[in-house]
Design a protein around this ligand. Structure first.
Ligand code: BDP
Length: 711
């Protein structure tokens, strides 16, 4: 056993009050700060040594290194790696290398799952981390460290977990010049220029953080892709990253530009039915797999927002996806084909993806997954689940969530997205199960399943642009592994690992996080309103915008507010997009009386004096919700201020400053939207409501040409 100098320093810091310790958030949820009291005694007794029963591998080395690091941080003693099973050992065992006497339900663990169990082995009281594979052991090691960090009872540990989704992916919208589209946490962490020679130490920490959640795939480049990333020099860069990630079970994928055969291959067209085009992609796939033998596959944005695609040649999405699938299939690669499409001529943008993709059900090759955003518009603070979920039983669908907060206040607003993710996953499609059951493949028995999260990771010291945005990466990863986890349970783990294991402090942080999602809905887009944000930057309010070249880029297209009412009519009297849902769901949402208030103006256009369940008129309800949003943020600020003694000064001050800005901006959203809606409704403010601080013209005059993350 080694007594580390690093820990001595940490132990010294542990006796200081929390607020006096310097932290910057770099360590994410893998901080391993010294435990105290019974938790420390328990951990010391249960992690005296590490025993590896199987042959060595880079993945096992990563597991052992993390266990050593974690235990050293938490207890002050680094356990030695031995081959002797002794009392207090942590035993890493695979089914193939299981020591005599170890009986576990191996089959239930699958290829990547793990079991953690305290038991007697060869007469010794030990903790077993068991799996069928080395990657399962790595996941199990992280799960055990999570249990240790969050104060679980290690003496009676008995956990089992296997991922419900096969491909648990991050999508980086990172450009080759390191600008991150919709990124609010600095530049791209991929230092492309210095790759492949120079490997930033961050790449390893990135892999550790992701493996600790079970994320096993990463798309390195933006969906609005450049063909360059498919050329030899760029493949070498991607290969260098793949080399760092491999021990952590993370495969590299690339966004593929559909017109690459023209741009790189000198072909006249990229028609997916043209044999020369197909041959080009086959050769390209062969080249990629020579460079990256375990390459994951392609993510494709085609015929969407000006990107090239099969429709340029009169072909459909299945033609395009299947051509790429054919090239990847011999190597075991997959195609993630995005369903985020919309065209200027669409009657209702919310209906287009369903119209284009649902009729293609059954037409996709077995190694294609159609990747669908959680809602039919675009990552708004609240959307009903996408109508494609459950409507394509012959086609596996991946759920795409946006972790980066393009429409939810960038990195400055504290919005914990766990409740948003949970709401989508738990939504009943009315077609035999929830979105989670569609996505995990259990409903239609698909073996190939996937979840994708648009990453919020950048070069900022705290990785995600703010301390609390780390929780969205964390929650995404945990739900990708197990879509049935609750946002509250995940927030508890995160807060304990990241801020404080003291139950009172931890629970206060969790309460604040759980309130934050409804708050942003309230102060930005209450009652089912959507797409009210400013042009291009997507940060502040601009419900008045009506002059953009495409109708469906204008907020006025989406809210349709006028003297007689507000809302988008998606019933049979309007676009009838509601009919894309299963009959049981459609029936509910086609009638304003049975539509939940949260989705009311998504599906209905109603007069301002429409009676709400609260007894208020629609107009009064709208104002009340905006007020509630602002009040919740003010309350979050107060609650955070009270946490001062429990949190290190640096992070406490940073979050406080961000919350102050959020409160100001929540008021800005509320005031600008109310001023505008009042200008079209001509109604006076409900009794007691505070008038907007500034004039509508003032709000309209604001410009943000240099906002970060632009597309
Ligand atoms: C929108 C973003 C845009 C993305 C697009 C997409 O504003 O930057 O390229 O989605 O998902 O939300 O392709």
């Amino acid at each position: 056993m080694k007594f580390t100098g690093k820990w001595l320093m940490a132990a010294l810091l542990a006796v200081l009050p929390a607020w006096a310790v310097a932290e910057d958030g770099y360590e994410l949820w893998l901080r391993y700060r010294p435990l105290q009291g019974p938790a420390l005694v328990q951990l010391q007794a249960g992690a005296k040594s590490i025993v590896r029963t199987g042959a060595d591998s880079p993945t096992l080395q990563a597991a052992v290194a993390e266990l050593k690091r974690g235990v050293a941080g938490l207890t002050g003693r680094e356990p030695a790696l031995t081959s002797r099973i002794a009392p207090g050992a942590l035993v890493l065992a695979t089914a193939a290398s299981a020591p005599a006497g170890l009986a576990l339900p191996w089959a239930e663990l699958g290829a990547e799952g793990y079991a953690l169990r305290r038991l007697k082995l060869q007469g010794a009281d030990v903790t077993v981390i068991a799996a069928n594979s080395d990657i399962g052991l790595l996941y199990g090691s992280y799960a055990w460290l999570r249990a240790a960090q969050t104060g679980a009872d290690l003496a009676s540990l008995d956990q089992r977990s296997a991922p419900k989704v096969k491909l648990r992916m991050l999508n980086h919208w990172d450009n080759l010049d390191r600008h991150v589209e919709r990124g609010y946490s600095g530049a791209s962490i991929w230092d492309w220029w210095k790759l492949p020679e120079i490997l930033d130490a961050r790449y390893t920490d990135y892999a550790r953080a992701n493996a600790s959640l079970g994320i096993n795939g990463t798309v390195l480049n933006n969906v609005n892709s450049k063909a360059d990333s498919l050329t030899g020099p760029w493949l070498a860069k991607a290969a260098a990253l793949a080399g760092v990630f491999r021990p952590y079970g993370i495969k590299v994928y690339l966004s593929a530009r559909f017109s690459a055969p023209v741009e790189l291959g000198g072909l006249k067209k990229s028609d997916p039915l043209d044999p020369a085009v197909r041959a080009w992609w086959r050769a390209k796939a062969d080249e990629i797999y020579k460079t990256i033998p375990d390459f994951g596959g392609f993510l494709v944005k085609a015929n969407s927002e000006g990107q090239p695609g099969p429709q340029d040649y009169g072909r459909n999405h299945a033609d395009g996806a299947n051509m790429l699938a054919e090239a990847l299939a011999p190597h075991g690669g997959v195609v993630l084909w995005r369903a985020f499409v919309y065209a200027p001529e669409a009657k209702d943008r919310a209906a287009q993806a369903f119209d284009e993709f649902q009729p293609l059900d059954g037409k996709f090759a077995p190694n294609v997954i159609v990747q669908v955003k959680n809602g039919a518009i675009d990552f708004q603070p609240r959307e009903p689940f996408h109508p494609l979920f459950g409507a394509t039983p012959k086609t596996p669908l991946a759920l795409e969530l946006q972790i980066t907060k393009e429409y939810l206040g960038f990195a400055t607003h504290l919005v914990y997205m766990g409740p948003l993710f949970e709401e989508v996953l738990k939504a009943d499609t009315g077609r035999g199960g929830t979105v989670a059951r569609v996505v995990d493949g259990s409903l239609a028995r698909h073996p190939l399943t996937a979840v994708a999260g648009v990453a919020n990771i950048g070069t900022d010291r705290n990785w995600s642009g703010s301390q609390f945005d780390q929780a969205n990466w964390y929650a995404y990863g945990r739900m990708a592994w197990d879509p049935d986890l609750t946002a509250a349970a995940i927030a508890r783990d995160w807060a304990a690992q990241t801020f404080s294991t003291r139950p009172a402090a931890r629970d206060a942080i969790v309460d604040l996080m759980l309130a934050s999602r409804e708050a942003v809905v309230d102060y930005m887009t209450p009652l089912g309103l959507h797409h009210l944000m400013g042009t291009g930057h997507h940060y502040g309010p601009a419900p008045w915008v009506d002059n953009l070249e495409r109708a469906d880029w204008n907020p006025t297209y989406f809210h349709r507010a006028a003297k007689d009412g507000i809302g988008f009519d998606r019933t049979a009297k309007g676009s009838n997009a509601v009919a894309q849902y299963a009959p049981s769901v459609a029936r509910l949402w086609a009638d304003p009386r049975s539509t939940p208030p949260e989705l009311l103006l998504w599906f209905h256009r109603l007069p301002w004096d429409h009676a709400m369940p609260s007894g208020r008129t629609l107009w009064a309800e709208l104002v009340a919700r905006y007020d509630r949003g602002v009040a919740t943020v003010a309350d979050m600020r107060r609650r955070w201020a009270a946490l001062g003694p429990h949190i290190d000064a640096g992070r406490h001050a940073e979050v406080s400053a961000y919350l102050a800005q959020q409160e100001r901006e929540a008021r800005w959203w509320r005031d600008a939207c109310i001023a505008y809606f009042q200008s079209v409704s001509g109604l006076s403010l409900p009794a007691g409501a505070r008038p907007p601080e500034r004039s509508l013209d003032d709000y309209k005059a604001q410009r943000f040409p240099y906002a970060p993350g632009k597309g």
